[in-house]
Design a protein around this ligand. Structure first.
Ligand SMILES: *[C@@H]1O[C@H](CO)[C@@H](O)[C@H](O)[C@H]1NC(C)=O
Ligand SMILES: *[C@@H]1O[C@H](CO)[C@@H](O)[C@H](O)[C@H]1NC(C)=O
Ligand SMILES: *[C@@H]1O[C@H](CO)[C@@H](O)[C@H](O)[C@H]1NC(C)=O
Length: 455
């Protein structure tokens, strides 16, 4: 008797709980649904759904980060979720470029902004062919992401970017709970060589501390032409410029003499003679594109950045994307014009890479080998610093019967791959091969090593 009362009570309790859960889940799904983008100007007809909007972060939620999320073209419920981050601003050194303006609209998103014409271009090699893709504009001050407290713009740096991006993800998964259990990956290029591993650490530590409730199913990350270790990054730039005949023997020797190995202190390296020779070094690049040394200046489709800025400044586009709802006082630009200060940026993230490899994450580092800004020499010197054990050696990988690049796998769980003939923003120059790279990364498959291999 007593036991049947208890079991009855238990059953009611379970039902109540289930109802409450269902209610909260449906509320959240509806919230995600409110972000659905349905009438984007110039959008070609597509079968997949996409969503855009703001997520509040920060102590009093006074900051709002903007995201644009694309479900995979087919069977999104079975595909992993990838968060893409851009980093460096193009014209000035330092972080602040938008993942929407670059990643989505120029590199790997489904809708490319390719002209001043009315229509967006459907990207045949969009990364949502193989995954659900989330673009995040971070930190505040980048793209549509904003803060209502101007002092926040003076307090930015790597640390706050990682914290806010993590808090964004926790809220985003509450808004889209159906993706919480999916395999989750981070990817990004350039200064995202800082953002991605730093965010991965936040997630890793958050998972350990909080357990179930806010668990994020992070499996690994991929970074391209990535800033990861200042001293070797700078060394590599110099060696690259010399080996590609951009600087003279004399300047090369002068830099080696005055700047040493750049070990001392980042860009204020070594002796007093270092700064002037570095200025001469940068002048050598003034008439070519350091991000893609063999293309005419602004030549890979003349200045797509201008089309992109024009497009995202359209009021009808902003309305469709649920962006700029507070009518910001400044224009949309692909790289932030409002970030005033960058307060912290460690000289290296290699210890973080070690830590995350030990935690079992899959890490791929790739490099477009015609970039002079974070060149392949930098990446190779940096990875060499990690003293990993190579397995299988340095080999070519193939795409459509041609050498697509070279790669090496390390026992510790890291893969280094180059993309032959691609500049800084690899998906711009090699859209098909970068999609193949992503696909192999997501499946944890070795890149194809035979000219006629099929995978
Ligand atoms: C910023 O201020 C505007 C105007 O008061 C308000 O509508 C908006 O919700 C605020 N945003 C955040 C993230 O607090
Ligand atoms: C833009 O797309 C619409 C709808 O697909 C089409 O009717 C129109 O001709 C396109 N305009 C241009 C300039 O390509
Ligand atoms: C936001 O909207 C205002 C008012 O329409 C506009 O002047 C401003 O350029 C927009 N800013 C951004 C970042 O989109």
């Amino acid at each position: 008797m007593a036991s049947s009362i208890i079991s009855h009570l238990l059953r009611s309790l379970v039902l109540l709980l289930a109802a409450a859960l269902a209610r909260s889940r449906s509320v959240e799904t509806v919230q995600g649904e409110a972000d659905r983008v349905t009438a984007l100007p110039g959008q070609p007809p597509v079968k997949f759904r996409h969503y855009a909007g703001y997520v509040g972060v920060g102590s009093g939620k006074e900051k709002a980060l903007f995201y644009w999320f694309f479900e995979a073209e087919r069977r999104p419920d079975e595909k992993p979720l990838v968060l893409w981050l851009n980093g460096e601003r193009k014209r000035r050194a330092g972080p602040g470029c938008s993942s929407v303006a670059y990643g989505e609209a120029q590199e790997l998103g489904p809708f490319l902004v390719r002209s001043n014409g009315p229509n967006l271009t459907l990207n045949p090699f969009a990364w949502n062919k193989v995954a659900n893709i989330l673009f995040l504009e971070a930190p505040v001050g980048v793209g549509f992401s904003y803060t209502n407290r101007t002092s926040d713009l003076r307090e930015l740096g790597d640390r706050i970017t990682a914290k806010d991006s993590y808090s964004f993800l926790l809220s985003w998964f509450r808004r889209f709970p159906q993706f919480r259990s999916h395999d989750f990956y981070l990817a990004g290029e350039s200064y995202a060589g800082h953002y991605v591993p730093q965010l991965a650490v936040e997630i890793y530590e958050g998972n350990r501390a909080e357990r179930k409730k806010s668990f994020i199913n992070l499996k690994g990350f991929m970074i391209g032409n990535a800033v990861i270790n200042d001293a070797t990054d700078q060394m590599g730039m110099v060696e690259y410029a010399w080996s590609h005949a951009i600087i003279s023997d004399e300047l090369h020797s002068a830099i080696r003499k005055h700047c040493g190995t750049f070990q001392e202190d980042g860009d204020r390296a070594a002796g007093p003679g270092c700064s002037p020779v570095l200025r001469a070094f940068l002048r050598a690049y003034s008439d070519i594109d350091i991000y893609s040394i063999y293309t005419p200046v602004c030549g890979y489709d003349p200045c797509t950045e201008d089309y992109v800025e024009k497009y995202f400044n359209r009021e009808d586009v902003q309305i469709a994307l649920h962006a700029n709802v507070t009518r910001l006082s400044y224009q949309y630009s692909s790289c932030s014009e409002v970030i005033e200060k960058w307060n912290d940026s460690p000289a290296t993230v290699l210890p973080i890479l070690h830590k995350l490899m030990n935690a079992g994450l899959r890490i791929w580092v790739y490099s477009g080998d015609t970039d002079g800004r974070v060149p392949v020499t930098s990446t190779r010197y940096s990875i060499k610093e990690m003293r990993l054990k190579a397995k299988g050696g340095w080999r070519a990988w193939y795409y459509e019967e041609q050498v697509a690049g070279w790669f090496v796998e390390y026992e510790e769980g890291l893969t280094l791959a180059t993309v032959r003939g691609a500049g800084h923003q690899v998906p711009v120059f090699a859209p098909d091969r970068s999609l193949a790279l992503l696909s192999h990364f997501l499946h944890g498959r070795t890149l194809p090593t035979g000219r006629f291999s099929r995978s």
